[in-house]
Design a protein around this ligand. Structure first.
Ligand SMILES: *Cc1c(COP(=O)(O)O)cnc(C)c1O
Length: 343
């Protein structure tokens, strides 16, 4: 089929940060352990955790369009915000380093965790190595307010600055995952199959929104994307996702419609909140690591995979389905959560 419906993806400003399409492969050992074959269920993974730059992860796809815009307006500095262990902030620092932008980040205490592992290891260590200017804000401070104030100060000194909000989840960031929807569609064509269910974590909603926008524009059933919220309540997250997806479709000049009931968010894996480990996350992370040698992360993909395991066991995933789990990266978080994860 034609992918022309998303031709705008190739016209809008972009800096390429990924070398290739990320791989899709079967999780045959997990299929075996869960007895999925006799139910005709096939489980595949898309390796958005494997990218050459900065340790990889889903934020690089959004950053392609953010940095394309930054270059377009002649920016010299990118400022971003996030939680202490933000993967988005780490990848912004890496991509900025690679493409000659100064990077500053304001990190907020969004998670009730303290200590050296959490505050100095994992992503925080890498932020420093990538040369970013890191400011750890006291609890209760609004990082975006500080980011905008800092941007204003730099502009007064003659700099051109781009400020990226949490997770890079703006309509422009959404384009990165609309592009991923096109990539998945092309891979489906090559593999000669259609995935019935495509599973992602939903944090700041840009990943989910981009996939549904992309599939809607291509006429490839956006409702098969199934997300597990790891940050917000289910209904609020679904509403944010729908809004972002529609804005993304606007940027893509697509006339495709997206209905509220085509955005599926499951809130069952949030537990006690963003960044707070759950027993199901730990089990899911261990299963993926010990059966497949693949690392998930404790904040996002671990909780999403826990949700998928629950739905596989309970029969929500029906016999005969082809399921694609999108691994979104975040491995540095493992080192920040050492105490929670050590058996
Ligand atoms: C940010 C992030 C997500 C969530 O993506 P959103 O677009 O914010 O919903 C999932 N997995 C990892 C590893 C992330 O860093």
């Amino acid at each position: 089929m034609s992918h022309d419906a998303l031709a705008a993806l190739d016209r809008l400003p972009r800096i390429a940060l990924l070398d290739n399409a990320t791989a899709i492969h079967r999780l045959s050992r997990i299929e075996e352990q869960l007895g999925l074959a006799r139910r005709g269920i096939r489980l595949s993974i898309k390796r958005d955790d494997v990218m050459a730059l900065g340790g990889g992860g889903n934020k690089l796809r959004k950053l392609e369009y953010h940095l394309g815009y930054a270059r377009d307006i002649g920016a010299d500095t990118v400022i971003t915000v996030g939680g202490v262990q933000s993967n988005h902030a780490r990848l912004t620092a890496a991509a900025a380093a690679r493409h000659g932008f100064a990077c500053e980040m304001l990190l907020a205490r969004m998670v009730p965790k303290e200590g050296d592992d959490y505050e100095k290891n994992g992503n925080v260590l890498l932020d420093e190595l990538f040369g970013a200017t890191v400011t750890l804000l006291p609890r209760g401070e609004n990082a975006l307010v500080h980011a905008n104030a800092r941007a204003e100060a730099l502009r007064n000194e003659g700099h051109t600055v781009v400020v990226l909000p949490t997770g890079g989840s703006t309509p422009r960031g959404v384009l990165g995952y609309a592009r991923c929807a096109r990539e998945i569609s092309q891979q489906e064509d090559e593999l000669g199959l259609r995935f019935d269910r495509i599973v992602v974590p939903n944090g700041s909603s840009g990943t989910h929104a981009g996939l549904v926008a992309g599939f809607a524009a291509l006429g490839r059933d956006p409702a098969r994307v199934s997300a597990y919220s790891v940050l917000g309540e289910r209904d609020a997250t679904a509403a944010t996702t729908l809004g972002l997806a529609r804005e993304g479709l606007g940027l893509l000049e697509s006339t495709a419609d997206l209905a509220a009931n085509e955005v599926h968010v499951d809130g069952s894996q949030l537990g006690d909140g963003y960044g707070v480990p759950t027993p199901a996350m730990k089990e899911a992370l261990r299963l993926m690591a010990s059966a497949e040698g693949i690392l998930l992360d404790p904040v996002y993909s671990g909780k999403a995979f826990a949700g998928l395991l629950q739905d596989l066991r309970s029969g929500v995933v029906r016999d005969g389905e082809h399921v694609l789990f999108v691994a979104t990266g975040g491995q540095p978080g493992l080192y920040a959560y050492r105490e929670d994860l050590m058996g």
